[in-house]
Design a protein around this ligand. Structure first.
Ligand code: ADP
Ligand code: MG
Length: 250
């Protein structure tokens, strides 16, 4: 590793994060550092705070105390800061969130034009490059409703990655898909990981975790209960809650 990489700030640094919805505390003193190039998988039972945690990172949710930094920039409520954080953090959701009235090409090109200030030609070229990477360049002129769920999710991934973020967050990207489409989306994510993208992925796809994760995190009731490399996480989980969870998903 070069000294430049050694001194680069972590992609994400979360310190002492607490969040409540009304009286319900959903994140309890969460500390998490994601280094540049790291592939993190976050798992845990429904309602454990996984979505809330990653949504706080790009300011889709606020929080009451603690600190979040993305590539060294501390997240505040200042609009210019929120905007910059969102430029650095790409996000893919369970529901693909494509604009139904725009073609695949337009879905990807629009944020490139509006947020990145690319010309129409540049936005089209970059979109086609990333649609090729997710293996659906031939779908560019179609509307989302004309695509399968797996194809729509690959468009959503291309759209986010085309913005060239510092880190990609995925919130259960395959949970809404028919089983036969899960693999085509995971394959695209594996390719992204192989290219060195920093990724934090909320998923119950433990095969994916074993294949690409540098570290697996288990959350329960708003806390990080256990974490480790997949080898030890899956073969020698320490907490009873992790063991019970793994019995259900493996
Ligand atoms: P997970 O993604 O692990 O299933 P979530 O982060 O979605 O968990 O939810 C964590 C907790 O916060 C749950 O108890 C959930 O009911 C609650 N919660 C999530 N979103 C909201 C909201 N907008 N308002 C109130 N409570 C919420
Ligand atoms: Mg969730």
């Amino acid at each position: 590793m070069t000294s430049a990489q050694d001194s680069a700030p972590p992609a994400i640094q979360i310190t002492g994060l607490n969040k409540w919805y009304g009286l319900l505390q959903v994140l309890h003193d969460v500390n998490l550092t994601v280094t540049q190039g790291e592939r993190l998988v976050i798992c845990g039972p429904s309602g454990s705070g996984k979505s809330t945690l990653i949504r706080t990172v790009n300011a889709l949710e606020g929080f009451q105390s603690g600190e979040i930094k993305v590539a060294g920039l501390r997240l505040t409520r200042e609009p210019a800061v929120v905007e910059e954080i969102r430029r650095r953090v790409g996000m893919v959701f369970q529901q693909f969130n494509l604009f139904p009235h725009l073609t695949v090409l337009e879905n990807c090109a629009l944020p490139l034009r509006l947020v990145r200030g690319l010309s129409a030609a540049e936005a089209r070229d970059r979109t086609m490059h990333y649609l090729s990477k997710v293996r659906i360049p031939e779908q560019a002129a179609k509307y989302p409703a004309q695509l399968s769920g797996g194809q729509q999710q690959r468009v959503a991934i291309a759209r986010a990655v085309a913005m060239q973020p510092e880190v990609m967050l995925f919130d259960e990207p395959t949970s809404a898909l028919d089983p036969e489409m899960v693999k085509e989306v995971l394959d695209v994510m594996v390719a992204l990981a192989d290219e060195g993208m920093t990724m934090a992925v909320v998923t119950h796809e433990m095969g994916f975790a074993r294949q690409v994760a540098d570290r697996v995190i288990f959350m329960d009731a708003g806390r990080i209960v256990e974490q480790g490399p997949p080898t030890t996480f899956f073969t020698a989980p320490r907490s009873d809650r992790t063991k019970a969870f793994l019995r259900q998903v493996l």
